[in-house]
Ligand binder design. Structure first.
Ligand code: TRP
Ligand code: SF4
Length: 333
């Protein structure tokens, strides 16, 4: 075991879905054996676009913790913590805000897309807090001196922004911060049930890790298939079928056969969907079982988060000392 650190996390705005699972959860579970692992529940960041709905953020904190535990984050090995309980991260955010320009933030592709999607909330002018959340994310990562950040593809511009802030900090105040690297798994981004490039809660096209059998069946049954196929023996095109797309993820050993039969018109779409439902349920079964274990033990979930947060702060306090020293803010040291 080396002492390299990995950090990643999610905004608590909803339960996690299979896009998260393939896009980043599987990676973090795998990497926790190799790296000292920190998983943050980014409640402060969640408030940047949910400041008017604090109850939603609060409710979802425990969902996110349970989702992480359910997929296999081991609380004995990895530290799960709550962002708002780490004051050093808020302090670092203020310090770093001098190292980034407003126009650079406005040009951040992820921020740009999100602002466009949030017209209803922000109207013509975005808040200072939302525009600046990449600075806060840089604080999350650097506070732990994380060297690796397993994320989905949409997060790459945020990691790049963090790297720029680190380089700027180090060039002005001396070599202090660690420049992190993003880690992308093989499935960078998972499409939605409707064929949209992204699976997302706001898009209504997601299968959640905690979905019931009925919900999963209903969702898969309504997934977009090859529209040209009317009769069972019409030749199909799996390349434009979302059911085939998910078979790629959930039915690895059967996929070749599925595509061949589809193309040859030897496979009915209903049977094909039923097979997918069965395979999704099989994959999610152990995850849901574990989730239920924690759902029945809310005190344990709370304790894991509290304990994790306490341990996390030991690290961020050390980083803060280094940062303050570098910035000549160590008056009484
Ligand atoms: N931006 C991430 C999301 O939208 C959440 C997040 C906050 C994060 N801080 C982070 C991810 C630090 C990785 C590293 O889900
Ligand atoms: Fe899609 Fe399966 Fe129908 Fe082919 S048979 S179009 S892969 S659902």
């Amino acid at each position: 075991m080396n002492n390299k650190r990995m950090l990643t996390g999610d905004r608590p705005t909803g339960k996690l879905h299979i896009g998260h699972y393939f896009g980043s959860l599987q990676n973090r579970v795998k990497l926790q054996d190799e790296y000292e692992t920190y998983i943050l529940v980014a409640d402060v960041q969640a408030l940047t676009d949910n400041f008017n709905n604090p109850e939603k953020v609060k409710q979802n904190v425990k969902e996110i913790v349970m989702d992480n535990l359910a997929v296999g984050i081991n609380p004995e090995k990895s530290t799960i913590y709550l962002q708002s309980m780490i004051p050093e991260v808020a302090e670092l955010t203020v310090f770093y805000s001098n190292l980034v320009t407003v126009s650079r933030l406005q040009r951040n592709p992820t921020v740009k897309t999100e602002i466009a999607q949030k017209r209803e909330l922000f109207g013509e002018s975005v808040t200072y807090g939302f525009l600046g959340y990449p600075v806060n994310q840089a604080a999350d990562i650097t506070a732990f001196e994380a060297s690796i950040v397993p994320v989905g593809e949409d997060q790459l511009p945020l990691i790049e922004q963090t790297r720029e802030i680190v380089r700027k900090f180090n060039s002005i105040y001396g070599d202090t911060l660690i420049e992190p690297e993003a880690y992308l798994g093989e499935n960078k981004r998972i499409k939605g049930l409707d064929g949209n490039e992204k699976m997302g809660k706001s898009l209504g096209n997601a299968i959640y890790l905690a979905d019931s059998e009925d919900e999963i069946s209903r969702k898969v049954m309504s997934a977009v298939t090859d529209p040209a196929r009317i009769k069972k023996d019409d030749p199909g095109n799996p390349d434009i079928c979302m059911v085939a797309y998910y078979h790629n993820l959930f039915s690895k050993s059967e996929i070749k056969n599925i595509c061949e039969e589809c193309k040859a018109g030897k496979r009915g779409c209903v049977a094909c969907k039923k097979q997918l439902i069965k395979n999704i349920l099989k994959e999610l079964q152990p995850i849901q079982e574990k989730r239920r274990y924690y759902e029945q033990r809310p005190e344990l979930v709370k304790e894991i988060l509290m304990e994790g947060t306490k341990n996390a702060r030991k690290i961020t306090k050390q980083t803060m000392e280094k940062v303050k020293k570098a910035m000549k803010l160590d008056y009484f040291a």
